[in-house]
Design a protein around this ligand. Structure first.
Ligand code: GLY
Ligand code: MN
Ligand code: MN
Length: 493
């Protein structure tokens, strides 16, 4: 332990051996979280009678910025985080299915590393840091694995259902001398990532609570006359400086006024650079990540603290859609049931606003909600913002529910994020389709064009008989939001 104390890493604070954390005031994550994930994995794999098989996972590598000697801030590969919690690049990890024994393989670094990056940690240091059974160097992996005479190596071969991209499948010099089974690991480990343990939920609770606090700090200062990027900066600063969250789960979306209707606003071509105006609704979608586990939260609020009558109509419709989905959430229910309830509430709200007219069932059958809310109701949440495992392959029907059509189970964490946006090209498209235009009332609809949108995104965890809204601390009703602004904008801090 003395050697580690000398190194004084904030991530391996010697006062908390057995934990990962960022120091006083931040959450100490027990390494039991990863040990339990590995235990669950071997239990599941044992059912398959794979003999003396060994799981081999490859961690992420640093990514160079083009031809320069600069690197993007490293973010660990998510399956690797799930299994080991490792924050450094260029590791491998193995888990023996029969014994559960875990081994990390670390890069052998040149002496010059010390001058540029600090002390070189030994295998013994990493064994203590991550509490695995053994640590070797990556150039030893083929030799060490061969000593165990494994029946096969189980590698992670599959596709991320959200992006369509392939997983990072382990490969190393000498792997050709083993029997490699790329088919038996992916589905099981992905399913286990879907169902969060209590230890994982504790970390997610921390990331979500941090993000709620960050949203509140941001709402307080997002006055007309300030810029969207100042809002983004406020959120990032709070989450990192007070809660140790260096990463976010995605690029922050801080859309004011018309930008609220741009679903992935905040990208390089639209970098949250508009200045907020009196009368704008702000749609802020920001989520902090802590040791990989991320929140994904959207607040929509009037920059001046008071909703106009038209803004109230849209906001209330979206809030009803959000609450309708939360009400349906319990084990056994398919996500599409939540979507249907939410879409119905949204259409009812737009009907009472006079924007649409006619029979709600017919609107739903014609897919009218899509033209006001082109994204799905929500998605799984965890180490990835659009977390893995959203479909049973037999249920895959992206048109019905993009990203997520799985019956709910206790321990699933997901977002509920209905929205309503006034996007000209979608509205014009709907007006050109007779089976949709018959529901639209252009004279009223036109009043809302250019106003942006509203999204209300909560993060929930499925419980025994319903769900817990982990972002419930945010003011969400119109009255709560206006009262919150009245109380908080008048104070200095
Ligand atoms: N922030 C991305 C999403 O809400 O899905
Ligand atoms: Mn979001
Ligand atoms: Mn989301």
């Amino acid at each position: 332990m003395a050697a580690l104390i000398k190194k004084n890493s904030p991530i391996f604070n010697p006062s908390k051996p057995g934990y990962l954390w960022m120091g006083e005031g931040t959450l100490a994550i027990s390494l039991q979280l990863y040990a339990e994930n590995r235990r669950r994995l071997v239990e599941k794999l044992k059912e398959k009678n794979l003999g003396n098989a060994i799981v081999v996972l490859q961690g992420g590598d640093e990514i160079q910025m083009y031809d320069t000697n600069g690197y993007y801030l490293f973010r660990q590969e998510s399956y690797f985080t799930w299994a080991f919690g490792v924050v450094e690049p260029a590791f491998f990890g193995t888990i023996e299915v029969q014994t559960g024994k875990s081994t990390l393989f670390i890069p052998r670094l040149p002496e010059s590393y010390e001058a540029w990056y600090g002390p070189i940690w030994t295998p013994e240091d990493f064994m203590q840091k991550y509490q695995v059974d053994q640590v070797y160097y990556t150039d030893e992996i083929a030799t060490i694995l061969a000593q165990h005479s494994p029946s096969q190596l189980l590698t992670l071969r599959g596709f991320n259902q959200n992006s369509g991209s392939p997983t990072l499948e382990a490969t190393f010099d000498g792997i050709e001398n083993f029997i490699v089974n790329g088919t038996d690991l992916f589905d099981d480990i992905t399913y286990l990532r879907v169902i969060k343990t209590d230890l994982e939920i504790e970390v997610m609770r921390y990331a979500i609570e941090t993000s709620c606090e960050g949203h509140l700090k941001t709402m307080k200062m997002a006055l007309p006359g300030t810029s969207e990027y100042q809002s983004e900066s406020e959120f990032l600063h709070y989450c990192y400086s007070k809660r140790g969250c260096r990463h976010t789960g995605y690029i922050s979306i801080c859309g004011s006024g018309p930008n609220g209707a741009i679903l992935h606003y905040g990208h390089a071509g639209a970098p949250n650079d508009r200045w907020i105006e009196d009368g704008d609704i702000c749609v802020y979608d920001m989520g902090a990540a802590y040791f990989g586990y991320t929140a994904d939260i959207t607040t929509s609020f009037p920059a001046n603290g008071k909703f106009t009558d038209d803004q109230k109509l849209i906001y209330q419709a979206v809030l009803n859609a959000n609450r309708a989905a939360i009400k349906e959430t319990k084990p056994g229910v398919r996500f599409s049931v939540l979507s249907a309830a939410s879409n119905r509430a949204l259409m009812e709200g737009l009907k009472s606003a006079g924007i649409v007219t006619g029979d709600i069932d017919e609107m739903l059958a014609a897919n009218l909600p899509y033209y006001f809310q082109p994204h799905g109701l929500g998605h799984l949440l965890g180490l990835d913002v659009h977390d893995v495992g959203g479909y049973f392959s037999s249920f895959k029907n992206p048109k019905e529910a993009p990203r997520f059509n799985r019956p709910l189970e206790k321990g699933i964490v997901f977002t509920i994020e209905p929205g309503c946006y006034f996007i000209d090209f979608l509205l014009n498209e709907a007006l050109g389709i007779p089976n949709l235009s018959r529901f639209l009332v252009p004279s009223v609809l036109n009043r809302f064009r250019g106003s942006g949108g509203v999204r209300i995104e909560d993060d929930v965890v499925v419980t025994d008989d319903g769900c817990e809204n982990l972002s419930a601390m945010l003011p969400r009703t119109i009255d709560e939001i206006e009262a919150w602004f009245a109380a908080n904008r008048s104070r200095k801090n």
